[in-house]
Design a protein around this ligand. Sequence first.
Ligand code: WTA
Length: 649
Amino acid sequence: MTASEIFPVPAELAASAHVNAARYQELYDRSLSDPEGYWGEVGQRLDWIKPYTEVKSTSFSGDVKIRWYEDGTLNVSANCLDRHLATRGDQVAILWEPDSPETPHRAITYREMHGEVCRLANVLKARGVKRGDRVTIYLPMIPEAAYAMLACARIGAVHSVVFGGFSPEALAGRIEDCGSACVITSDEGLRGGKPVPLKANADQALSTHAATAHVHTVLVVRHTGGKVEMTPGRDVWYDEECAKVAADCPPEEMSAEDPLFILYTSGSTGKPKGVLHSSGGYLVYAALTHELVFDYRPGEVYWCTADVGWVTGHSYIVYGPLANGATSLMFEGVPTYPDASRFWQAIDKHQVNIFYTAPTAIRALMREGDSPVTSTSRASLRLLGSVGEPINPEAWLWYHRVVGDGRCPIVDTWWQTETGGILISPLPGAMALKPGSATKPFFGIKPVIVDAEGVPLEGEAEGNLCIAESWPGQMRTIYGDHKRFVETYFSTYKGMYFTGDGCRRDADGYYWITGRVDDVVNVSGHRMGTAEVESALVAHPKVAEAAVVGYPHDIKGQGIYAYVTLMEGEEGSDALRAELAKWVRQEIGPIAVPDLLQFAPGLPKTRSGKIMRRILRKIAENDYANLGDISTLADPAVVQSLIDNRQNR
Ligand code: WTA
C-alpha cells in the first residue's frame, strides 16, 4: 500500500469530532486495562430504573457466561422514546421514504412514535402477549416495523424479525424454533414497484406447519391495500385494534440481562441459529457505537439503507439511533428504482448528513456510471459508511470520489449479527483511512489473529480472527441451545470468541478482513450457510446429492455455485435447472438461489466419503492451477469431468 492511498483525517473533523486520534488511544488503552471502569461510565448514557452496581461478569471458558450490568433494570423502549419527550418530543424520530418517489414520505416525531408504540403495546397485551413471549415480525420497511420492535420491548416480549424476502418455509422454521405467540405482518410489501405477498406467505407458513400452532394472533398492517384472507379469531387488523386502546402504556421494568430479541442467522452447519441479544448491554453498545463511529451530532439526518430484517437494521436504524435521539431515515425501496439516482435524490430531498450502505449496492450503482450521482447535489453529506462484506478498493475509491465528492470520510464497519454492534471500524476523527481496511478496533475490543493451531500471531500477520475479551453488545446464547453456542464460537480456539472470518493485520496495526473461512457465503451482504442451500437442494425428489460453495462475483461479492448429482435415471437440463432455482426460492428465498448450477455425475470425495470442498471451491473460482493434492480422492477422474463442465453463466 503506497502513502498516496492513505486518506488522512480532515483537519476540521480532527478538531470537531467526538473522538480524535489522541483521545482514541487514551480511551482504547483504558477500555482494555480497566473495562469495569470504562463500561461502568459508558453505561450511564442510558436511563436505568434501578442503577447497576455490577458492570462485567463474563467468562469465555467452560460453560461460557456473558453478563453485563447484571443487577441493573431498565426498559429499552423508554430509553428510545420516553426520555426524549421533554427535550426533543417534536423532533423527527423516523423519516420514512417510500418505495416510489411519487408516494408522499412520512415524518414521525418522537412524541408521535411514543403514542404509536404505546398503542401497539396495549394491543399486544389485549391479545394476551405477555412478558417473555416471543413475537415474530415479518414486515416490509415501514415505520410499523420499528413500532413493533419497540412495542415488544415495552412489554418485555422478545421479538424475532424475519426478513420479508424469506419464503413461507423459512418463516415457518423461525416461528417454530422460538415458539412465537404472535406474528405481525402486513397485507403486502412493495419493492421496486412490485408487491411482495407477506400475509399470504404467513398464511402458508402457518397452515402447512402444524408445529406453528402456538401462534394465536396475527396482526396485519394495511399497507398496499392488497386483498388478503383473514382467519377469524386469529387474524386482526393492526389499525382497528390500535383504535380500541389507550395511547399510554407504562414500560415494564426489565433486567439488563433479559432478552431483547432473537435474530436468526446462518452458520456453517445445520439450520439457522437464533442469536439472542440482551436488553442493557446491547443497547449501551448499539448507542455508543452509533454515536462515535458515525460521529453523530444532534439534529443530523442519518440514513442506514439496511433492512430491519438484518442486524444492521436492528442496531443502526432502530436501537442505536433512537437511543441517541437521532433522526433515522427508513427506506422502503431498492437503490435502482425507479432509476439509479434514487439514493442520491433521497439524500438531497431529506438533506441527509450521514449515509450507511453495503458494498454490493455501491458496486451495482458504480456500474451505472457517474452521471446518476453527479446529477444530484449531495452537499448535505458529511460521512459515508460501508457494512456487510469486504469493500474492494475500487468500490471504496468510487464511493469516496464520486458519491462523497472526495470530501466525506468512509467508515468501513466490520461486525456480525453475533456481535450486536460494530467491532472494527474507523472513528472518522481519529483514523487515517486505507481503502479496503476496517482500520482499528473499537473501545473494549481486543482482536487476536491466530494461526490454524490457535497460536496468537503478533505484529504483521494473517490468520483467523478471534476476539479475546467480552463487550456489552455480544450475543448471550443461541436461543434454546446454549451447548451449540459454546461449540460454535468458543471451542475452535479455547477461551476466545471465534468470528469465522479471516483477517490480516498490517505494519500500522490496521485490520483487513479477508472474508469467511468457514462454509458461510456472503451474497450481496447476506449471510448464507452453504449447508442450508445443500439441504434445500437435496430435498428435491430428483436430487441425490449437492455441494454448494461461494465464488467471486463482480456485483454480489460472492455468488452461490451449486454442484448437483441427480438421482439415477434423471437427466440434467435447463428446465431442471430452472425448476431447482424455483425450488430453492420456495425453501429459503430468492437470496439463496444458486447463481451457477452444474450437474455433476460425481463429486470429489475422499476414500472415507467426505466431499472435498476445497477442490469444488477452486473449480468454481476457475482456479485450476491450485487444486492441490487430489491423490487422496476415491476417484481422481471426477475432477477433470467437473472442470470440463464448469458453468460460466
Ligand atoms: C462480513 C452484518 C468485511 C463478515 C453486520 C462477517 C464484513 C459477516 C464487514 C457478518 C466489513 C460484515 N468488511 N466483511 N466491513 N461487515 N462483514 O451477521 O464476513 O449479516 O462475519 O452481520 O459479514 O454478517 P452479518
